[in-house]
Design a protein around this ligand. Structure first.
Ligand code: HAM
Length: 420
């Protein structure tokens, strides 16, 4: 069927009943962050373009090819946020949040935008849940951040994922590696575009998906072998603490994150059942970002988790909870008097904390019972003139069809007893 209006190409959208899975995922990802003291940061979805071009980095695909950039009516260049960290940093600097207690621990969730080629699990508008811990450089904090993601995935029932970790080291380590890497790359035969990219950031070549480049890079010097003592000790501590907390990982010596601001610890979570777009989350340290954006020199670490891919992973692992789309009580009124009473009963039930709904409109009994079924109602109450005048009705338990008589005036109490 063709429709006059369609959503823009490559965006993800959620509507019932699947939207409840999306909501469920965010709630569960958020819980371990709240438990660890992270607080909400709600930021604009567009920023001054420079926040991203400088923050995320000119050598990245994100900045060179994927930004939704536009001019506003005042001639300012704005960009729809392709990621969350640079915006958080801009806000922290602007509002002096780095002058309070450190680490500053924040979380955010919402839509992000990258003009990528759409495919399963890769969208132009996608959703992230992210956290950032700013201002303290401590390997225990690295592990806390990783653990928040880990516990979030686990609490959703996900099991088929792996954690990869790496380290990009500090400036000194990166410089000594860079020198060797540039020497190595200068000996390779490369097309102009690839050479150009390697000049801006030689590490990018580790990220190249083309088999011929992969082959060439097989013997390239890897950063992990160039870590200085300080960076090596930090990385060793992260690995030790992860192990002692029972968080399993593999070290990936050539992991290059897609954004330029990373330093030190980096990590990615891969899901086994998702095909090409298997990254369900990633993050790391970004010790120079704040300074790059005009703030003081403070460290930071965080992650962004791809909520769309997490929902796909839950479906692939068949761990979708069956209590979504859930209703404690569905009231079916037959006639006006019954509707008036039924509506007040539903309102009372809701105030008492139950999920209750009414068959609105002039629904025939059969159609209304079908609706109750589809809504996964635990109990159904049919209200006709007899029930209204006697003040009692039959409450039907949908799982086994059994009924019990209840007094309408004390429905909430009766319901509490029944559902206990
Ligand atoms: P990122 O690795 O670019 O990191 O994205 C994080 C996650 O967002 C990915 O692992 C993936 O699950 C999801 N994602 C990215 N692009 C798409 C897309 N086009 N469609 C669907 N999902 C996508 C960042 O964005 C960093 N800001 C993370 C971070 C926070 N690092 C430190 N703090």
């Amino acid at each position: 069927m063709s429709h006059k209006y369609q959503a823009p190409k490559g965006v993800s959208e959620y509507f019932p009943p699947r939207s409840s899975l999306f909501e469920y995922a965010i709630e569960h990802l958020k819980r371990p962050a709240l438990a660890a003291g992270y607080q909400l940061m709600e930021l604009p979805v567009f920023e001054d373009t420079e926040v991203f071009s400088r923050g995320v980095g000119e050598s990245t695909d994100v900045v060179t090819k994927e930004m939704y950039t536009f001019e506003d009516r005042g001639g300012r260049s704005l960009t729809l946020r392709p990621e969350g960290t640079a915006g958080v940093m801009r806000s922290v600097i602007e509002h002096g949040l780095d002058r309070g207690q450190l680490p500053l621990k924040v979380f955010y969730t919402g839509p992000f935008f990258r003009a990528e080629r759409p495919q399963a699990g890769r969208y132009r508008q996608f959703f992230q849940f992210g956290i950032e811990a700013i201002g303290i450089d401590d390997p225990y904090l690295d592990v806390e951040v990783i653990a928040v993601a880990w516990h979030g995935y686990r609490s959703l029932g996900l099991r088929n994922f792996t954690l990869k970790i790496g380290s990009l080291g500090d400036n000194e380590s990166r410089t000594s590696h860079r020198n060797e890497l540039v020497k190595f790359i200068s000996g390779l035969t490369l097309d102009d575009e690839t050479r150009e990219r390697s000049v801006r950031n030689p590490l990018r070549l580790f990220d190249d998906k083309r088999p011929e480049i992969k082959e060439k890079m097989r013997s390239a010097p890897v950063l992990l072998n160039f870590l200085n003592t300080k960076s090596q000790e930090h990385f060793d501590e992260v690995k030790r603490i992860l192990s002692s907390e029972g968080i399993t990982f593999v070290v990936d010596p050539t992991m290059v994150r897609g954004l330029d601001y990373y330093t030190g610890t980096t990590f990615e979570f891969d899901h086994a059942d998702l095909g090409a777009q298997s990254g369900i989350g990633g993050g790391g340290r970004y010790d120079g970002l704040m300074e790059t954006l005009g703030g003081q020199s403070l460290s930071g670490i965080g992650f962004g988790l791809g909520v769309d891919r997490i929902v796909l992973a839950m479906e692939a692992e068949k761990v979708t909870p069956n209590d979504r789309n859930y209703l404690d009580l569905f009231v079916i009124p037959l006639g006006e008097a019954a509707k008036s009473q039924g509506f007040s009963m539903v309102e009372k039930m809701r105030s008492a904390g139950f999920v209750a709904d009414l068959a609105f409109g002039e629904r025939a009994l059969k159609g209304a019972m079908k609706a109750a079924d589809q809504r996964n109602a635990r109990f159904v109450l049919v209200l006709g003139d007899n029930e209204v005048s006697s003040g009692t009705a039959e409450l039907k338990r949908m799982s086994d069809g059994s009924t019990s008589s209840v007094t309408l005036a004390s429905l909430v109490d009766a319901f509490r007893d029944l559902s206990a």
